[in-house]
Design a protein around this ligand. Sequence first.
Ligand code: NIG
Ligand code: FE
Length: 412
Amino acid sequence: MAGISIARAAQVLRPPEDGLRYLRQDRAGELTTAPGELTVDGAAIAAFEASRDAPIQIDASGCAVIPGLVDCHTHLPFAGWRAHEYAQKVAGVAYQEIARQGGGIRSSARSLAAATDEDVLAQAGAAAAEMLAHGTTTFECKSGYGLSVAAEARSLRLAAALAARVTQTVTSTALLAHAVPDGYDADSWMTAIAEAMPQLLAAGRPTALDIYVENVAFSNDNLRQMGILARRHGLALRAHVEQFSTHGSVPVALEAGARSVDHLACMPPDDVAPLAASETAAVLLPGAAFLGDERLEPARELADAGAICALASDFNPGTSPVNSLPLIIGLAVRRYRWSVLEALLACTLNAAWVLDRPGVASLEVGLRADLLILDGPVDQLPYRLGHNPVALVIVGGELVHVRPDQAWRVDR
Ligand code: NIG
Ligand code: FE
């Protein structure tokens, strides 16, 4: 047979039942981590037992086998970095103030405009390789650094080009309302993108629309309009809300049928219960929250209330130049007082729900074999903060990454 046999794993992370689209966070404790073995045949998981016949034999003794990690919120592709803004933020200048001075998203839009397609793809491709080595097997791209119809269309085309050249599964979100472009106000820009939708959709086939609601960006009314636009074009709605100040955007997003609300540091406590009762995921971004010294998100409360919680890197040159999901898991466990199972659920099954990509992040017979072999048990993941625990990465049934010190585990 063609395939990979994984023997003697100390832990195999499995869902409580097969076929789940998501698992509410108050049920994370039902994930199991029993010892086990696994055979991959072709692109899929074939059995939870080892096979002597498989041409690639992996010794997973002492290891955890977990699904590939899903980064459901990144701002790839972007050009350059903004380290000087981080120094300003550390010195006490607010993100909104940096934005008003022409920095922030506008500064990244200028960098993207100045970069060639090949420059952008080289930077994003290098990041994707780094993410793969840290266990990310599926990730989302967002546009949003275009700030004109033509440049947003280019950004969507670049996301599609990136998808074609990286190992991971890539989804594309059109973040069409990120900062208000010069020559427009928020409302006239919303009108412009509504008219340009056919051109934008043709550019890169995004599966979701996104909007940033904030006093320096767009309003709840614009969020409603984006919801209408998403429905009209058969796309999911995502929303950056309640990051730096409170706007009461969660009920608006729920009413608009959003797939996710992301950030949430300034979300009012009364919004926890309705969000938790919905199928809208709460996407928490502890890298951005930590580096931006944001308020603590109500992540413990959301988890206890049974929300569909997801974790992501928010990888972008402004608020979160972090793309390591193991590091994000470490931050989430410490800051949110989450168990490691809660954190793992939030960047596997539930993150796949956010991207509407069922089957890329759960260990079940017949599902796509995107999986990681970690160099120790799962509780080491948050504890050894900053250590990369990923020993081996399998994507679509192919062994695509072997950490050099772990090569002894592989016999082919
Ligand atoms: O998710 N806050 C809005 N958007 C991004 C940051 C974009 C940037 O600063 O470049 C975020 O944090
Ligand atoms: Fe973001």
